[in-house]
Ligand binder design. Sequence first.
Ligand code: FE2
Ligand code: FE2
Length: 354
Amino acid sequence: MSTEALRGECILVVDDEPTNLKLLDRMLRGQGYQNLVLVEDPRKVVDLYRTIHPDLILLDINMPHLDGYQVMEQLKALNDPLLPPIVILTAQHSKDYLLRALAGGARDFIGKPFDRNELLMRVRNLLDAQLAHRLVHSQKVVLEKMVRARTEELRRTRLQVVQRLGMAAEYRDEETGNHILRMSHICALIARAIGWSEEGCDLILNASPMHDIGKISIPDAIMLKPEKFEPHEWEIMKTHAVIGGKLLDGDDSDLMRMAREIALTHHEKWDGSGYPNGLAGEAIPLAGRIAALADVFDALTSVRPYKQAWTVEAAVNMIKENSDKHFDPQLVEVFLRELPGIVAIRERFAEPAM
Ligand SMILES: [Fe+2]
Ligand SMILES: [Fe+2]
């Protein structure tokens, strides 16, 4: 790259000796570098650095107030990924001295008295390197931005798909749309109360609406039957858990994995008497245990074609009685403690008046 192209690059020169500054200024300007900032007082370097963001720093070591090592320390502490190369200006050539400067962050040395050709070549090489570094860095920033945007797009698409799936299930179900809303918000509330992260609560909020997605495969004659099921009909109804699990299988996103887990295990019971796999206790995934509690509570307190809505009190009593049987007893405790918030969710997503 010719020096022509580098003329706009900013070079910061720090030396307490005005004659040295003048000399360097003349040599660099003579070569076409116009953007030079000359500093006698090393205490000004950091503030100046923040405003001018130089592409190269030429730094004297022996200076009053702050020596070159201290200036390098201050610059390093800024943690700027684009910190430019620092070239030490020195009359010293001892190995220890040079090693200390290198360890402190110097990239190169220029001996005093300055050799014009050597100075210009080192300056040009280091400016080229810094230019390349800047380019790579800005590409990295652009790529990271792109990856973030794509990831967000993917997340949104997934969310859309699962929400639509949840809606599809509602069309087949006797349960109303608001059941899904109430149930998923109660899940998130319980998850928060047991210390799940915001991310986890969000996940269960979005994953739990698909708990009954498997019902899309259950025949109308069973789905819409207002009377009690015959045993064989009941067996068919129970298949919705496994079918839901299968429908949601095969995607390894956290959202889909949790949705699958909930669809498959929301009818398991703490004492092992649930379906489809008769899992017991903590063998039932926590998300499934939370969903079971939220689902049953809301189903009990809602009107269904085959039953009246229970009062909150009656539903709470049933849940208490079934702690340790149907439900995880620790979750029941949390549920009871959080009851005011749960009742508020019921009111917030109440069924519209007919
Ligand atoms: Fe279900
Ligand atoms: Fe449900």
